[in-house]
Design a protein. Sequence first.
Length: 277
Amino acid sequence: MTVTTEKNRESSVQTSLPMAFEEGDLDALRGAYFTLEHPSLAARLSNVVGTPIDMAIQLLPRSWYKRLHNATERAIAKSLETAVSSMRRQQEDSAHEMYYKALVEGSGGVAGFFGLPGLLIELPVSTTLMIRGIAEIARDEGEDIHTSEAQLACVEVFALGGKVESDDAAETGYYGIRLALSGYMSAAVAHVAQHGFHADSGPIVFRLIHEVASRFGITVSQRAATQIVPVVGAVSAAAVNTIFMQHFQRMARAHFTVRRLERKYGEALVRSNYESF
């Protein structure tokens, strides 16, 4: 009886969803698709430093990769609670994207004086600012950022646009990355909903952060590579940080646009249209 009731409820939810996109929503989904499937971070960084970023990455000392990855994990874990808990539940006018760009640019300029060691010190600061900016965008797109699902969806943004060696072809696209993280996400959401989020939230949350950091670390490596190019000083480092912030703001806007449309139309219809572009 209970099973039948649950099936009827699910069927009712499905039939109550719109069967076609309203005017403007399909364009919004198309814009999100091109942002998520064609990230341009490497090309934009190359333009700033005047050197192909792939060549610059080859100049990074091998010993720095592990240090960058560890710093990335710590930065994500420690900054999420601080960034999200400080935000009010009430809706504000709109996400303050320019404000956070300016703050990140300033922190990057200071770090630029100190090269790679400065990046390790500055990374938690810029990551906190980026998560705060991402959370603002999430709320702007209708998310309740005080729920564990929305909070961890903010972390998920850092995985977008970063490919790791273990990824197969199916895991490199937007929905592929979400699928690859889905098991970690669902377990972490349940854990945080019950216990709350803290920097030491335990192995369940850490496994999600580890998986996200492995992808976020790719973009952090690209950013680090710009700081060993001789012409990059404080001014250029500030510009690099701005590009870095803009990249994740664009990914966040696209990600939470997709999630907003999924809430409205259901994942099946949104994904079907997304994959048709």
